[in-house]
Structures are given as C-alpha cells and as structure tokens.
Design a binder for this molecule. Structure first.
Ligand code: BGP
Length: 481
C-alpha cells in the first residue's frame, strides 16, 4: 500500500499566544491586559473564571505573563529554530495592548506595530506563513474598567478599530487570521476569555450570552472588514474542541452528551453558518437570557461567516446524566470542563485524557456539521521534562502522543477525505500554561530554561521531539515513526 501523506501545501507548524511567551509586558508603550493580572498560584482559576476581581497587579502575587519566555527579545532566535524544524506556518497572537495600549486609541503604538512587522517579515524570510489570532485571551484592562469587558456592546467598535490597524499594517504580510481563540472558553473562563468579572446581583448566564453575542458580531464584522480590505485573506473561527462521549448507552447519557456538545458548537454554528441555531435560541428563551438582537445583527451574522474552522484538540470529554455517577467519577482537580473520567483512556500528568482517535472523531463531526476546511491549530502534551547532563531532553512520551494524534489526523484526511489545511502543535516552544500558569507543564519541541519560580537562563535547547517533528514535516507526514 502506498504511504499515506498529507496534502501538498499542508501547513505544518507550531502555535503560541502573545501573553504566554512574549513577556516584556510593559515595554515600549504596551498597555496592561487581562492576562497580565491573572496570577500564578491558587487564585489563578478564580480570577480566570471571573469569580475573584483582580484588575491590577496586587502585592504578594506573581504574574507569569510579565516575563514569560521573553520571546519579545528573542524572536529571531526562536523563529530560526522553527525554520530549522521546517515549519511552513507559525500561529501566533498579537497582544492587543501592544498595538492599542488603552484598547481603542486613535493613534496606534508605533513600537508595537514595528515589533509584529519584524516578526512577520522574519517568518516570510524563511517561507513561514504566519497565522494570526487577533484575540487570544487578551482584553485590554482599560476597556474592562470602562466597559466591563465584552459584557458591553461598545467592545465591538474597539475590537474593529484594532482589527483595522492590523489589516492596514499587515495585510500584505498575513493571509490567515483567526478572530477569537477558543471562543467557547467565554463560558468557562469568562475573565480570561472575555474580560468579564461577575458582579453581585448579575445573572452569570445572561452576562455570558450577551458577551457571546457581542463577540460573535465582532467576529462577523471583522470577517467582512478583512475580506473588503485584504482580498484573498482567509478568516477562521476557533473552537476548544473535543467531543463529549456518553458514559453509558443510556438514552439520557446520549442526550446529555448532545447537549454538552451544543454548548460548544453554539459559537461555531453562528460563525460558520451565519445564524443562531433554533435550539440555542429556545434554550436562551427558557432561561430568560436571550441577548438583544435586531435585524441588522441578523444580517451581519449571516454575511460575516468564516472561511475555515480552526480548533484545538487535547482530549475528548465524557459525560453522564446521572448525578450519582457524576459524583463518583467526576474529573478531579480544577478541570475547565465539567466531565467524568473515561475509564478507557489514560491520563497525562495533569489529568487530561489521551484519546488520539478522538481527534479523528472530532474532525469528522466538525466537517459533517460545517463543510468548511478545518485547521488543527492546537494539539500537544503538557509534561515535565528532564534535561540530561549533556543538554539533551528525551521526550519519547511527547513524540508518542504527537505521533498517535497525527496518525489519527492522517486517517481523517486520507481515509475519510476531510479537508484539513494544516496542523500547528501547541507550545512548539515551552511557554507559560494558560490554566495553571506553570512553566513545568511543557509542550515544546524546544526547551526553555525557566522554572515556576521565575528562575532560569531562558536558554533554548532542542528536545528529541524537535528532530522527530523535523522529519515528520520533511516527509509531509509519511514518516511518523
Ligand atoms: C488552550 C489555549 C492555549 C493553551 C492550551 C493548553 O486552551 O488556547 O492558550 O495554553 O489550551 O492549555 P494549558 O496551557 O492550560 O495546558
């Protein structure tokens, strides 16, 4: 049988987010952003969820975004390493407040504009296609103080002002854009995802669905603006994906799985199909949380649909309708998604369940639902790595995870015929974990010498997975061994 390979022009690469790697949080005119005030330690999740208000850097806390891995000063070295691996694509996000320090300034920050131009030009020098996330867990603090983040409709205009600056300055350098990272995270980590803090007396569901409506409108308007300003540009939405499997074949569990999946697909249904699904509207009506929507909104959502559906995939999820089963098998710890443990799967050190076939399931489901090209923009294993005396790092566990997921993706492409544009491995260079703020939860093929207490030289080292991924890319995925 001939080797199965990925399609020609497949965009192999890696992905990062500004706040998790750049550091230099107050350098060269950058303004403060939501992610800069989400601390390391036990309060992190409460702040990220919007349950604990922390709108400035408080005494006694440390904030991982402030230095991160200092990509701001080392991007040339880092992009050179990406090029050495053979990257065709680098997914990164722009820090909104590097461009507009207060979120909606009339004059953009020249240093911020120059910084990303340099990055994109550096990528182009090596033939690496940039894929830019416009908003990756990043709401300017000034807009949170003035508007309460995405609760307020005025956020749409601020976001569009920011988009216009990006499109004007980088239209000739960047073809692929994603409007919001993991837009469905708004429901789970409302401050991290949308700058929302829940105030006394507010109905959280109402706040979330109103904010979701604003982001969905902003996304549609950005798509329209991009297409008008940059002919040939391709705009994507982005889902934190992972199918919910029913814990048993009891019809109640099947229904529960369907409902939980819908919580997430809700966003992509609007962005990819151009309208709220009927069930979503009914559900919001029943809960008394429908957002205000006029005829113009309906027309905007319909016109501003995306060109491709991007998603992150780390694990599938498992659910039950039975509260007793849930209580007995609930995933331990500070899990972002409420789910039960799937007894058929093994766990990572952080309790994320490893399910390569789930990637094929997810890709098929998304394509059945949307019939738009897909892009896997995040996937990877967060694990502790050990540096040997000679500086080598033997991360066979990471290679195994990536290999099995790429085999499943290759099956989705070659066996099922799903159009997949590319694959960017998450945290191709070690960076700060979004959920835990740790450095020791490493995803990279490139090791960064930095620890959770902020120590380390920031030196970059190649792991075994670096050489493995280089070979995968060189053979266009034919050789995954
Ligand atoms: C996604 C985010 C990323 C990233 C990744 C891994 O939700 O888009 O920013 O960090 O998950 O998660 P973590 O860093 O929590 O391990």
């Amino acid at each position: 049988m001939p080797n199965k390979v990925f399609p020609e022009g497949f965009l192999w690469g890696g992905a990062t987010a500004a706040n998790q790697c750049e550091g230099a949080y107050d350098a060269d005119g950058r303004g403060l952003s939501s992610v800069d005030v989400i601390p390391y330690g036990p309060e992190r999740m409460k702040v990220a969820r919007g349950e604990r208000k922390m709108l400035s850097c408080e005494e006694g806390y440390s904030y991982p975004s402030h230095e991160a891995i200092d990509l701001y000063h080392r991007y040339k070295e880092d992009i050179r390493l990406f090029a050495e691996m053979g990257f065709k694509c680098y997914r990164l996000s722009v820090a909104w407040t590097r461009i507009l320090p207060h979120g909606d300034d009339d004059e953009p920050n020249a240093a911020g504009i120059a910084f990303y131009r340099d990055i994109f030009e550096e990528c182009r020098k090596y033939g690496i296609e940039p894929l830019v996330t416009i908003d990756h867990f990043d709401t300017p603090i000034d807009l949170i103080l003035r508007y309460g983040g995405w609760k307020d409709r005025r956020m749409i205009d601020a976001y569009l002002k920011y988009c216009r600056v990006l499109f004007e300055n980088y239209g000739s350098l960047v073809k692929y854009w994603i409007t919001f990272n993991e837009i469905n995270m708004l429901l789970h980590m409302s401050f991290m995802g949308a700058g929302i803090v829940f105030e006394e007396g507010e109905n959280p569901e109402q706040v979330k669905y109103r904010a979701a409506h604003h982001e969905l409108l902003a996304s549609a308007k950005a798509v329209l603006m991009a297409h008008a300003m940059m002919p040939g540009s391709r705009l994507g939405c982005m889902l934190a994906a992972g199918q919910f499997y029913p814990y048993t074949c009891a019809p109640e569990d099947i229904w529960d799985g369907l409902e939980k999946d819908r919580d997430n697909y809700f966003f992509i249904d609007v962005q990819a199909r151009g309208a709220y699904p009927v069930w979503a509207w009914k559900r919001m009506e029943r809960a008394g949380v429908t957002p205000e929507m006029d005829a113009e909104d309906i027309a905007t959502l319909k016109a501003g649909t995306v060109d491709f559906v991007a998603f992150s995939y780390y694990a599938s999820r498992c659910t039950t309708a039975d509260p007793e089963v849930f209580a007995k098998h609930a995933r331990p710890g500070n899990a972002v998604f409420r789910a039960v443990v799937n007894p058929h799967l093994k766990n990572t050190e952080w309790g994320w369940q490893i399910d390569p076939l789930g990637l094929r399931v997810t890709a098929n489901t998304l394509y059945d639902r949307y019939q738009k090209p897909l892009f896997v923009v995040e996937n990877g294993l967060g694990a502790v790595d050990k540096v040997e005396e000679d500086g080598s790092i033997h991360d066979a566990y990471r290679i195994d995870y990536l290999r099995r997921h790429l085999e499943a993706l290759r099956d989705a492409v070659c066996e099922d015929g799903i159009p997949v544009m590319g694959y960017t491995a998450w945290g191709c260079i070690d960076l700060v974990s979004a959920s835990s703020g740790e450095m020791k939860k490493r995803y990279g093929m490139i090791y960064v010498d930095k620890d959770d207490a902020g120590g380390g030289t920031l030196e970059r080292l190649r792991k075994d997975s670096f050489y493995w991924y280089k070979k995968v890319i060189a053979t266009n995925g034919a050789d995954l061994d």
